[in-house]
Structure formats: structure tokens, C-alpha cells
Design a protein around this ligand. Structure first.
Ligand SMILES: [Zn+2]
Length: 371
């Protein structure tokens, strides 16, 4: 069994190496990549143990923090709105079964999946797989992170460090596919992961994987996870949209006075339940908007794969490789490829939710008769 590990020390070493390399190099592009890697590593090392901003439910701080973010994302909000208008039916989800899958067996499943996707994905997967010993770490899920994994991608040497946080359910393999997806895209185009749509590939792969896995194993939990992914995308787009509405309101009405008023306005204007507001306060940050946007488009790409898988994989490659000038440029490129929120997602979503609810009820009924 391979032992997977990398540590903060490895990152510190890379930082030192890159600093030395910077002075030695004469090539402008290389220097540029090195600088961005250095900044990334410094940022990671400074923040590694500090997730504290998640714990400051203060609306004024939040408002200031997100003002700029909202300006940056302005042109995307109408599209989030379309998605948000989807009916968010309640779904009933059971707790997922605990499984003791070894790290190696997670890789086996991932291997088969990327092999199924074929070129060029499988080749990149194999490249990461060969380096897994010193570049991937499996750790225990940490509640305060709000994430099941992360990657640190260094452009200068095309090197990725991955962390997968395990919860010992089927979700672990989805997390692995997700983070591997980021690395594969980074290998293809290192600028892609800096765009606001950077989750489009990973969300698409997650959904594709869950279908693939279900067809192979008939494991019903794959359907549950898929339903929860699709529903949580609607919920987070609703949150992003609501907070944007609040920003606009505050800008036009100058009611921005104190935290208490702001909170009351927030609830009133956005028609939010108290708990909903608290969730936004806790989770709203630029990463959340970025991931919401990426998710929506990833889901749309997934819907297109139901009609033609090869075509959607072709589109995915085009998207990742596209040398976008900025986020808006990339957004237009999505339109050109006919990927944008539309109403066939609503029908799909409703059918899936109904199916999941039916499954849940029959499972409950079975449990009852066994008592
Ligand atoms: Zn991600």
C-alpha cells in the first residue's frame, strides 16, 4: 500500500526554491509564473491554519468584504437569477452509508472512470497518479473548512499538491474526482483555474461520475448524492442572488447605518428566514460565488451530456483550453457553445427529486415492516 503524504514543509521548501530560481531566470514568462506561484504559496502558508473569517457573522464586515466581489460578478447575476428561479422542491435524503474504502481503492475507481472518459483526461490522470506518493494527502474531514478537498497548483513546474478530506462515505470518491478534475484542467491550461468558471469542469465530472458509477454498480447512493449536488446548486445561487439584491438596495437607498438595521433590511428585502441569512453570513465569500457560477454551468454541461456525451466532453476540452481574456470573455464563449441556464434543467431536476423522494419513502416503509 502506498503511503500518501506531503507536508507544510514541502511547501516551504518549494517556496525557497522558487525564490532562488526567480533571480536565476531571464525568461519573462517563467518569471511571471514563478511570482504567481510564490504569492500563492505565501498565501497558503499564511492562511493554512486560519479559517477564522467563517466565524464572524457580522453583516457590516460581510458587506464591505463582498462589495467589490459583487461588482466583479455583476454581469453574471442575471444568469444566477434564472437558475435561482428554479423550483427548489424539498428532497428527502437518508444518511449515507459508512464505508471503509482504502485510499488505493478510491484510486482504482477513479482510474476506471478517467479511462472511460478517454483521451486526454486519462493521460493526465495517469500523470497525477504516478506522483501521488508525494503530492496527494488524505486527511480527516475538518468541519470548519467547508470543503472536502483543495489543490495547490504551481505553474512554473506544473506541479500540484492535493488534499482530500475523507468522511468515509461514497462522497470521498466524488471529492477525489473533483480535485483530480482541477489538476487535469490546470495541466491543460494553468490560467483556467483562476477564472470564475473554474468549477464548471469539476461539477460536470462529479455528475458524470455519479451516473457512471450508478450504471456500473446500481448503488442507489450515487443518485442521492447527485440529487443533493443539483439541489445545493440551486440553494447557493439563491443565496448569491439574495445578497446581490441587498447590495443593490443598500446602494440605492443609503440605509446602510448599523449592523442591526442592515440585518433587518436584509431579512425584509430578500425575504429571508433568519437561518437563511445566518448561512449567508457564514458562508458568503468570493469563493462561494465563484463556485456557484461554475456549478451552474457545470450542471448545464452535464445536461447536454445526457444527449451526447462525446460532444459535451469536446465542449469541456474547448472551455478549459480557451485562452479567455477575462471572465466576461469566457462567459460569451459559453454562450457560443450553447451552455447557459435554461428550463430543461427544471424538468430534469423535478423528475430526479421525485425519484429520490420515492426511493426514500419506500426505504422507510421497508425499515418499518422489518421492525
Ligand atoms: Zn473545486
Amino acid at each position: 500500500m502506498v503511503k500518501f503524504n506531503w507536508t507544510i514543509n514541502d511547501l516551504e521548501n518549494r517556496l525557497d526554491e522558487l525564490k532562488k530560481e526567480y533571480y536565476k531566470s531571464n525568461d519573462f514568462t517563467i518569471k511571471e509564473n514563478i511570482i504567481s506561484d510564490i504569492l500563492l504559496l505565501q498565501n497558503v502558508l499564511n492562511n493554512y491554519y486560519d479559517y477564522s473569517f467563517h466565524n464572524t457573522p457580522n453583516l457590516i464586515a460581510l458587506y464591505n468584504r463582498t462589495k467589490d466581489i459583487n461588482n466583479k460578478f455583476k454581469n453574471i447575476i442575471p444568469e444566477i437569477n434564472e437558475f435561482y428561479n428554479l423550483n427548489n422542491q424539498e428532497i428527502l435524503l437518508p444518511n449515507l452509508k459508512q464505508r471503509s474504502l482504502s485510499n488505493d481503492s478510491l484510486f482504482d475507481i477513479a482510474n476506471d472512470f478517467f479511462k472511460y472518459l478517454g483521451h486526454p483526461f486519462y493521460g493526465y490522470f495517469q500523470k497525477i497518479f504516478r506522483q501521488r506518493k508525494n503530492h496527494i494527502i488524505f486527511s480527516k474531514f475538518n468541519q470548519s473548512n467547508y470543503t472536502y478537498g483543495q489543490i495547490i497548483y504551481l505553474k512554473a513546474h506544473k506541479e500540484a499538491f492535493l488534499e482530500i478530506q475523507r468522511i468515509n462515505t461514497l462522497v470521498d470518491i466524488v471529492s477525489l474526482i473533483h480535485e483530480l478534475g482541477h489538476v487535469i484542467s490546470a495541466y491543460m491550461n494553468s490560467h483556467f483555474i483562476e477564472m470564475q468558471y473554474c468549477e464548471v469542469d469539476t461539477k460536470f465530472l462529479e455528475l458524470l461520475f455519479l451516473d457512471y458509477y450508478y450504471n456500473k454498480t446500481l448503488d442507489i447512493e450515487a443518485i442521492y448524492i447527485k440529487a443533493s449536488i443539483l439541489n445545493s446548486a440551486i440553494i447557493s445561487s439563491k443565496q448569491v442572488y439574495n445578497l446581490d439584491k441587498l447590495h443593490t438596495y443598500e446602494k440605492n437607498n443609503y440605509t446602510f447605518t448599523n449592523n442591526k438595521n442592515l440585518k433587518m433590511n436584509a431579512q425584509k428585502i430578500c425575504n429571508l428566514e433568519k437561518e437563511e441569512l445566518e448561512t449567508i453570513l457564514k458562508e458568503y465569500n468570493s469563493e462561494m460565488i465563484r463556485s456557484t457560477i461554475g456549478q451552474i454551468y457545470g450542471i448545464e454541461l452535464y445536461y447536454s451530456s445526457l444527449e451526447d456525451l462525446n460532444n459535451s466532453l469536446y465542449k469541456l476540452r474547448k472551455i478549459i483550453n480557451y485562452k479567455a481574456k477575462n471572465n466576461e470573455d469566457l462567459q460569451n464563449y459559453f454562450k457560443k457553445l450553447y451552455i447557459y441556464p435554461n428550463n430543461h434543467s427544471e424538468i430534469y431536476q423535478r423528475n430526479l427529486n421525485n425519484k429520490v423522494n420515492r426511493l426514500y419513502r419506500s426505504r422507510k416503509a421497508k425499515e418499518k415492516t422489518m421492525l
